[in-house]
Design a protein around this ligand. Structure first.
Ligand SMILES: NC(=O)c1ccc[n+]([C@@H]2O[C@H](COP(=O)([O-])OP(=O)(O)OC[C@H]3O[C@@H](n4cnc5c(N)ncnc54)[C@H](OP(=O)(O)O)[C@@H]3O)[C@@H](O)[C@H]2O)c1
Length: 221
């Protein structure tokens, strides 16, 4: 399965600011480009906190609807979230095995919940998330997802890039500085697969409205 990471960040490396309202970093043309890229993928994955914080639609352009996927350990997801609004295209939710039946009942027809044993153990900081995330990616591969787009947030991006589980990175830089130490950085603590001794390969740089969009090819661990 090909894994593409896509994120927008400020010049000072933030995914968001610290306010409750969603911060729009992307220019409209960048949103369109991201929606086109989603349309070329079979599935889009975001962490549960991105659903809680942003309530995204995760829609593609031209009415295409890639499979929406999320993962949660706490099961703290709102059945009223936009991603659970379409019972014809339920969002796949991965969670620990013990909580799966209860979560499925609570989220209803807009979600298809799957318990994974790899999510049963509690993680210790950023290092602990990778095995669970890797198990989710393996399961998506088994379910026939050939191209997956991962859009955040910080915790999911950190685990993915620490473990070297991605093939491409699309990094869109918005020409603003957030300047708030409470704002989430795009990436948490390493070590990362692409640390200083394993550089990414620059695959392209483009201007999209006022944003610089950098494409990197990645190696797998
Ligand atoms: N600028 C951008 O491109 C962009 C894109 C996406 C998000 N964002 C921003 O990113 C922020 C959210 O990032 P975040 O780091 O707080 O959250 P996140 O990565 O979206 O979600 C983290 C949550 O996902 C679940 N999770 C992640 N890894 C897991 C694992 N291995 N096993 C089980 N569950 C796992 C946990 O849910 P539970 O807590 O339910 O257990 C965890 O708390 C928001 O401010 C959002 O606006 C920005």
């Amino acid at each position: 399965m090909k894994v593409i990471v896509s994120l927008a960040m400020s010049v000072d490396g933030c995914l968001d600011d610290a306010r409750a309202e969603r911060l729009v970093l992307s220019a409209p043309a960048d949103f369109s480009a991201v929606r086109r890229l989603r349309g070329q993928c079979d599935a889009i994955l975001v962490g549960a906190n991105t659903i809680r914080a942003d309530n995204p639609r995760l829609a593609a352009e031209d009415g295409r609807s890639p499979q929406r996927v999320t993962l949660t350990r706490s099961g703290r997801l709102d059945p009223g979230a936009t991603v659970f609004a379409d019972p014809d295209r339920p969002t796949w939710v991965y969670c620990p095995t013990g909580g799966a039946a209860g979560l499925a009942t609570r989220l209803g027809a807009g979600a298809e919940v799957r318990g994974l044993a790899a999510l049963d153990t509690a993680p210790a900081g950023d290092a602990g998330d990778a095995p669970g995330l890797a198990a989710v990616l393996d399961d998506l591969d088994r379910r026939g997802i050939a191209a997956l787009m991962v859009e955040g947030g910080r915790r999911v991006l950190t685990a993915l890039m620490r473990a070297g589980l991605a093939d491409e990175l699309r990094l869109a830089i918005a020409p603003v500085l957030i300047g708030d130490p409470r704002a989430p950085r795009a990436f948490g603590a390493g070590p990362f697969h692409h640390g200083p001794d394993r550089r990414m390969t620059l695959a392209g740089v483009e201007a999209v409205a006022d944003m610089a969009v950098i494409h990197y090819r990645l190696s797998r661990a």
